[in-house]
Design a protein around this ligand. Structure first.
Ligand code: THU
Length: 159
């Protein structure tokens, strides 16, 4: 038996001003995207902005449903819209921000397992790292690739 440890490299910022101009703009777009949230059940609005390789930005917001599992997270709304409308453009960076009952969360909202799995699929499709920015009012995280937030990802039936 060998005991092993995984470590990941990511950036933590304490303010939006510390981000590059293009990342800051992406977070601002994610913030705008929250206005498209349909979240009468949770009152938790999530906005996502996905920048494609050519600079195109696709917005997404969470969509809820009386039959709960029929709803979809903001990240997947953005990724599926991007893939459906721009199937040949690789994903570059995905920014996510959330507000609970109208108040932007202090700590970043972190994507659910299903959204991470979908991110991994497109990262593999385009063979290009998808960067992820999780924005909160007090801190923000930037990850360099999906595997950093989904270690041991399932990505093939082959072993
Ligand atoms: N939600 C997202 O849209 N993205 C996340 O990363 C976490 C959760 C949504 C799903 C649901 O509409 C609401 O937030 C509460 O879970």
């Amino acid at each position: 038996m060998i005991e092993k440890t995984l470590s990941i490299d990511y950036l933590e910022y304490s303010s939006l001003d510390e981000l590059s101009e293009e990342d800051r703009a992406l977070v601002e777009t994610a913030r705008e995207a929250m206005s498209g949230s349909y979240s009468p059940y949770s009152n938790f609005r999530v906005g996502a902005a996905l920048r494609l390789e050519d600079g195109t930005v696709i917005k997404g917001a969470n969509q809820e449903n009386a039959a709960y599992p029929s709803g979809l997270c903001a990240e997947r709304v953005a990724m599926f819209a991007a893939s459906a409308n721009h199937p040949d453009k690789a994903f570059d960076t995905l920014a996510i921000i959330a507000a609970d009952h109208g108040v932007i969360c202090e700590s970043p909202a972190t994507p659910c397992g299903s959204c991470r799995q979908v991110m991994a699929e497109y990262e593999r499709k385009f063979n290009r790292p998808l960067k992820i920015i999780l924005a909160g009012e007090k801190r923000l995280y930037k990850f360099w690739k999906v595997k950093d937030i989904l270690p041991f990802v399932f990505d093939s039936l082959k072993v």
